[in-house]
Design a protein around this ligand. Structure first.
Ligand code: FAD
Length: 258
């Protein structure tokens, strides 16, 4: 299988750097082919702007969605964006690896998503009409591929428990797992999270690698998170609210789980 690891940490000798190296070795040893997009090493451009569509008409106002749509359709996107899209199309599985910074991904990784998920590629895929709101949430260009997050935190596991002060990790990761990965069609397997990283030492690192190794071995057999598909009958069209008889009385992120 082909695995794309998108890695967002500025320091190769960090804990994240060690976890990345272990991941690549483990996957390769199992016979998989791995490409790493090391965003800091690539000096990834984070901001969406007119440079992303170099052949656009400079007399017209820049429009992030419409210029993205035109450049993607015409094959005139900035080369760094097109390269990352090719890697995604090549991959059978995507891993996003990052330290939790202010309860989400570092800005450089968000900027990868903002730019690589072009209109027509990451969103705006399929028929959009009153009876159908495109191919997304379970459908889309990434359908048939798998995705997993690998996240490290300073906070303790209990801080991210369902009643923990930070909010539950499932809730914090929902916009990434559901909004960024499930949206364009990935099947998302549960995240691998390393908590309280300041307490890492050689023994715990070995144990962490054992657990991560098992998760990587099972990447293709792990049951994905059971998000509800947009176009499978659970949602009213075109309001896209859950039907009254689906998860009655439930609201919030968890209601979108089957
Ligand atoms: P490092 O700092 O590189 O290492 C952590 C520990 O692991 C160190 O003690 C190091 O010696 C040890 N270590 C490294 N490699 C190995 C190895 N191979 N074997 C054994 N031990 C090793 N945390 C939260 O919980 N929530 C937040 O919202 C949050 N926001 C943040 C925002 C910012 C801007 C920053 C800078 C930090 C934030 N943090 C937050 C903390 C952050 O998530 C952690 O610092 C980060 O996850 C640790 O990962 P690292 O790779 O940087 O670890």
């Amino acid at each position: 299988m082909n695995v794309l690891l998108v890695y967002a940490h500025p320091e190769p000798t960090s804990l994240n750097g060690s976890i990345r190296d272990f991941t690549v070795q483990r996957l390769q040893a199992a016979g998989h082919t791995v490409q790493v997009s090391d965003l800091y090493a690539m000096s990834w451009k984070t901001t969406v702007d007119a440079e992303d569509a170099p052949e656009r008409d400079p007399r017209q106002p820049f429009h992030a969605s419409l210029d993205s749509k035109r450049a993607y359709a015409q094959g005139t996107q900035s080369a760094d964006i097109a390269r990352e899209q090719q890697k995604l199309l090549w991959a059978d599985a995507l891993i996003l690896q990052f330290p939790l910074w202010w309860f989400t991904m570092p800005a450089i990784l968000k900027g990868w998503v903002d730019r690589v998920y072009a209109y027509g590629f990451g969103y705006g895929v399929g028929e959009h009409s009153d009876s159908r709101w495109g191919e997304r949430y379970g459908e889309g260009k990434m359908k048939g591929k798998r995705a997993m997050l690998m996240v490290t935190t300073g906070g303790w596991e209990s801080h991210y428990a369902p009643r923990g002060i930070n909010g539950s990790m499932d809730d914090l990761l929902f916009p990434i797992q559901h909004g960024i990965l499930y949206y364009p069609g990935f099947e998302v397997v549960p995240p691998f999270v390393v908590y309280r990283t300041s307490r890492m030492d050689a023994a715990r690192f070995a144990q962490t690698c054992d657990e991560l190794g098992r998760r990587l071995d099972e990447l293709w057999s792990t049951r994905p998170i059971a998000y509800r598909q947009q176009n499978a009958g659970d949602y009213e069209i075109p309001a896209l609210t859950l039907k009254d008889d689906v998860a009655p009385g439930e609201e919030g992120f968890a209601a979108h789980l089957r």
